[in-house]
Design a protein. Structure first.
Lengths: 229, 97
């Protein structure tokens, strides 16, 4: 115990370096790798939903195209741009952290959070619109033409589960960004210890990628009904 | 730390490419390409995703082990999609629901 304490005071190292790593660089590589392993599970998590989408769309191309036309392309495209912009500010936050520019880091984290909140706000408007038009699956679901309503309900179920799960990921992302903001303000994050910002960024970019696929597959598939599914 | 700091100019260039890709995917959706519409939409989405992974997520500058994990995730996803769809599309059991 005493020897340990002595060794600890004699052996000067960065306060963020955990004892089981030789260097901050090794620690950084390990945390990036760990985050990527988590993201592999996320890819498969969302992958299952994309798979369900592909199967149902191949079965009911007409209902899927008609339902897709009920979604607002302008809002979907605007949200895609907002999310891509938030990925840029996130990347710039990582750059600021690695360069030791604390004020810029704080500013870019806040910008990223604002853009994330804008995305969720637009999504909220879209969901409200679906409730108004009775496009929420359940007893009050209504769809014209009636003949396609049953299968349209499958499209909207997938729409709500996929975009809902994505939105939950955004909310979690905002939580992580709040945490990173606190760590940036209180000085935990430094030029030497920027990896928490880096791996939070990996998560944020992953959520962006999911939307990059969701947008065309949900919003844009039904422009040409005669053109096949 | 010897980690690679990606220059800001790279981030701006990727951002522009992603915005152009978004405009292209919306534009392409309004052109009737038949069944190719989905192929084009997916090709653009995959390109955009690759740009995000390589540059925003720094994989281009990452150690081989990170590459292995990223390629592994694509492999498992293709296995999930390929094997299941291969099964569904080659049986004559029709549709449910």
């Amino acid at each position: 115990m005493l020897a340990d304490a002595v060794a600890h005071t004699e052996h000067q190292h960065h306060p963020a370096l955990a004892h089981h790593f030789d260097s901050l660089e090794e620690q950084q590589h390990a945390s990036v790798l760990g985050m990527w392993l988590f993201l592999v599970t996320e890819v498969l998590f969302f992958g299952g939903l994309f798979l369900a989408y592909a199967i149902y769309r191949s079965w009911y191309p007409l209902a899927f195209a008609l339902s897709s036309n009920e979604l607002d392309i302008t809002m979907g495209a605007a949200n895609t741009a907002v999310l891509i912009a938030s990925s840029l500010t996130m990347a710039l936050a990582v750059h600021a952290a690695q360069s030791g520019e604390r004020n810029k880091l704080i500013a870019f984290l806040i910008l990223t959070m604002i853009l994330g909140a804008v995305f969720l706000g637009v999504k909220g408007f879209e969901y409200a619109d679906k409730f108004e038009h009775h496009h929420v699956p359940g007893p009050f679901f209504h769809f014209e033409p009636i003949a396609e309503a049953r299968h349209a309900q499958i499209f909207f179920s997938l729409y709500f589960v996929m975009t809902g799960l994505h939105a939950i990921h955004m909310v979690v992302g905002l939580g992580i960004m709040t945490w990173m903001l606190v760590w940036s303000i209180n000085g935990t994050i430094s030029k030497e210890y920027a990896s928490p910002i880096e791996i939070s960024g990996l998560y944020w970019h992953f959520v962006d990628i999911v939307w990059i696929f969701l947008f065309p597959l949900l919003y844009l598939l039904g422009r040409h009904l005669h053109g096949g599914a | 730390m010897s980690e690679h700091i990606v220059p800001k100019s790279t981030y701006y260039a990727i951002f522009l490419a992603l915005m152009v890709g978004t405009a292209a995917t919306v534009g392409a959706a309004f052109v009737d390409l038949g069944s190719l519409n989905t192929v084009v939409a997916l090709a653009i989405a995959i390109t955009k995703a690759a740009l995000v992974v390589l540059f925003f997520m720094h994989v281009k500058y990452s150690p081989k082990l990170t590459w292995l994990v990223v390629i592994g995730s694509i492999f498992w996803l293709l296995l999930l999609l390929g094997v299941t769809l291969g099964d569904y599309m080659t049986r004559s059991w029709g549709t449910y629901g």
